[in-house]
Design a protein around this ligand. Structure first.
Ligand code: RIB
Ligand code: CA
Length: 314
């Protein structure tokens, strides 16, 4: 049984990721922490509570974390992709959760959950990495209780928010560099290079919506997101980036990874937030090259789509 914490900025693909964790018997979802990102922290926190209520999970503690990046102000959110409230304007259509947020902040909740866990915990950050950077900086002793980080973020062949940078990294590059480069926690990075391959089409979504009331509600949240991806992909469909990453956390090895150092551009120029994967042979890399992390670049795509469809059909 994998004990799992999700750090998230729901967000429509985050919603699929949270649903996937709730519907997967291999994992025990022991906590959800929220961060600014797709929309502001108040909305991401409200959405996390309501999504857990949709899946009947009053037991999972929720705590809010950072409402802005570590260093530089960053006003941009992704309302044009996820809607003003982060869920296509339909957050209010989801059930209210009787159990509100935990009486603590995200980092403190993660520290408590890690300390209390009898075994190491997998953490799946699927938003900006601000909370994770703060956790590891302020509480280095918890590293031994982290099985691995499974992070949705980055793009080795370009970005989605700029030509160079993917949204989660672009939202807080300094935090991303702390986590991906300077820390030593075992890390699997699931970049856009992987998630974009796993796009699903309208028929896939229609099949999911027909599988049950919760799945229908989940697909019902995708309106704004589906419109955005109709332009981005040039066809009816969408990319549930975060669910692909959480699928790897649930089923280790579902995605095929390559070990490589990944640098993060923290400059203020056009490449800010760019993730640079070093695929050169070890022998030719400089001595001060960053540590290697496992980067997911390939998978059996039909297997991934079938896993997601099967698990989310409730
Ligand atoms: O670039 C995709 C990532 O940015 C996903 O986590 C999505 O939810 C947004 O946060
Ligand atoms: Ca996200």
């Amino acid at each position: 049984m994998t004990r799992l914490i999700i750090d998230t900025d729901p967000g429509i693909d985050d919603a699929f990721a949270i649903a996937l964790a709730c519907a997967s018997p291999e994992v025990e979802l022991i906590g959800v922490t929220t961060v600014f990102g797709n929309v502001g922290l108040a909305h991401t926190t409200r959405n996390a509570l309501r999504l857990l209520a949709l899946y009947g999970r009053e037991d999972v503690p929720v705590a809010a974390g950072a409402d802005r990046p570590l260093v530089h102000p960053h006003a941009h959110r992704s309302r044009h992709v996820h809607g003003e409230d982060g869920l296509s304007g339909l957050s209010g259509s989801l059930p209210e959760r009787r159990t509100g947020v935990a009486g603590t902040d995200a980092v403190s909740l993660m520290v408590r959950l890690l300390d209390e866990s009898p075994e190491p915990v997998t953490i799946a950050p699927i938003g900006p990495l601000t909370n994770i950077a703060l956790l590891l900086a302020a509480h280095p002793s918890v590293q031994s209780k982290i099985e691995r980080l499974v992070i949705m973020g980055g793009g080795l062949s370009g970005g989605n928010m700029t030509a160079a940078a993917e949204f989660n990294i672009w939202s807080d590059p300094e935090a991303a560099r702390r986590v991906l480069v300077e820390e030593s926690v075992p890390t699997t990075l699931v970049p856009m290079d992987m998630t974009m391959q796993c796009s699903v089409d309208g028929a896939w979504l229609d099949q999911l919506a027909a599988s049950g009331p919760r799945a229908a509600a989940l697909v019902g949240l995708t309106a704004t997101y589906r419109t955005h991806y109709r332009s981005a992909l040039g066809r009816d469909g969408l990319v549930i980036h975060d669910a692909v990453a959480v699928a790897e956390a649930i089923r280790p090895g579902l995605l095929h990874t390559t070990a490589m150092p990944v640098e993060v551009d923290c400059g203020q120029g056009p490449a800010r937030g760019m993730t640079i994967g070093d695929r050169r042979a070890v022998e030719v890399r400089m001595q001060d090259t960053p540590r290697e992390i496992d980067v997911a670049l390939t998978a059996d795509l039909d297997e991934v789509r079938q896993f997601l469809q099967t698990r989310l059909s409730t």
